[in-house]
Design a protein around this ligand. Structure first.
Ligand code: EAX
Length: 345
């Protein structure tokens, strides 16, 4: 009887495995734990979800809405883009990690939190590195930017679709006007999870507190931090004017952004669809950069009207104060690369 029972159990297990295995064999191979979606050419449509941490009125959102419009038009709807703002898919670091494990299709993120993934890319986060946004665009859209994208792709195994823009970062606080580095002394200032940003504010005499963007508004509201630094479009669209009184136009970091995609999801598309995605990313990226420039002018006036006190400090003392940051990081990035970036015309 026992022998018969064992035989029945083993047979059942073999039968179930065979069915399960056949089913698995029919599906595309797993890729890092994710099932590749069949290419839309199979007749179905593919929906790609893109996450970001900013408000649904932000420059990221506007750029991604343009990207959505272009992709859906170029593929006649075979690819649909769904945008998830407000950190609804997680903070930037979480979403970057999600690209590799298959939980995130696409992310628009600043390079700030990428220091833990690809240290080379954070050369762009050095203080006062770029003369202005036009200089930054020339560097990022040229040889240096292309090499940095390749480094991100080879190190992280993700697909980069283009350099977009977060913008020049400025210091806000609730205590007093910041007109010189000494005014930052002792400030608990939230920074991105980025060593260069933290070292820069230490050199300025502040106490940097790394924190995901998704936690920032609450921390400002509760007063657990004194200050933060972000571009004007974010100070407006994330309503920091409600919890910060002073805005000092330090423009201490130019913050670029990268639109990135799961490599497996990209590989699952047809060549024509891949071309459409890449073209749309470049075109929408240019639109997004223009949106940042427009928002910076428009929102500065609106922030004043909302009661923020805007300060235009003399920046030379700040530039002098962060010189030790270059002494520390030049060996890592190489003087040649830093000079190449600075000398780009
Ligand atoms: O990338 O974390 C930040 O302050 C960034 O500016 C924001 O997440 C947009």
């Amino acid at each position: 009887m026992k022998k018969l029972f064992n035989t029945l159990v083993i047979s059942t297990m073999v039968l179930l495995t065979a069915c399960g295995g056949g089913g698995n064999e029919a599906k595309p191979a797993d890729n890092g734990g994710q099932q590749q979606q069949p290419a839309a050419s199979a007749g179905g449509s593919v929906t790609l979800k893109v996450g970001h941490t900013l408000a649904d009125t932000s420059h990221y959102q506007k750029g991604l809405e343009k990207f959505k419009e272009l992709v859906e038009s170029k593929t006649n709807g075979a690819i649909k883009i769904e945008i998830f703002p407000n950190g609804s898919l997680g903070g930037e670091r979480d979403m970057i990690e999600g690209l590799n494990v298959g939980s995130i299709d696409m992310v628009l993120t600043s390079t700030g939190p990428m220091s833990g993934f690809v240290s080379e890319v954070t050369v762009v986060d050095l203080p006062f590195l770029f003369r202005d946004a036009d200089h930054a665009h020339k560097v990022l859209d040229g040889e240096v930017g292309t090499e940095l994208r390749s480094k991100v792709e080879s190190t992280m195994g993700v697909k980069t679709l283009g350099w977009w823009e977060n913008g020049y970062r400025n210091v806000t606080n609730n205590s007093h006007p910041v007109t010189k580095p000494e005014d930052l002394k002792g400030f608990k200032i939230r920074t991105m999870e980025n060593d260069i940003h933290m070292d820069s504010f230490k050199a300025l005499g502040a106490q940097p507190t790394p924190m995901a963007f998704t936690e920032l508004f609450t921390a400002l509201q509760q007063g657990t931090i004194d200050a933060e630094e972000n571009p004007v479009p974010i100070i407006m669209t994330s309503r920091f004017y409600e919890v910060q009184k002073y805005l000092s136009m330090t423009r201490h970091f130019y913050s670029p952004s990268l639109l990135m995609m799961s490599q497996a999801k990209f590989d699952a598309l047809t060549p024509d669809q891949q071309k459409a995605i890449e073209e749309a990313a470049i075109e929408a990226g240019k639109f997004e950069r223009d949106t940042v420039a427009e928002m910076e002018i428009q929102y500065l006036e609106e922030l004043k009207a909302k009661g923020m006190e805007i300060i235009e400090p003399d920046m030379q003392p700040f530039v002098d104060a962060v010189k030790p940051v270059y002494e520390k990081y030049e060996p890592q990035f190489g003087k040649e690369l830093i000079d190449k970036i600075r000398n780009t015309q």
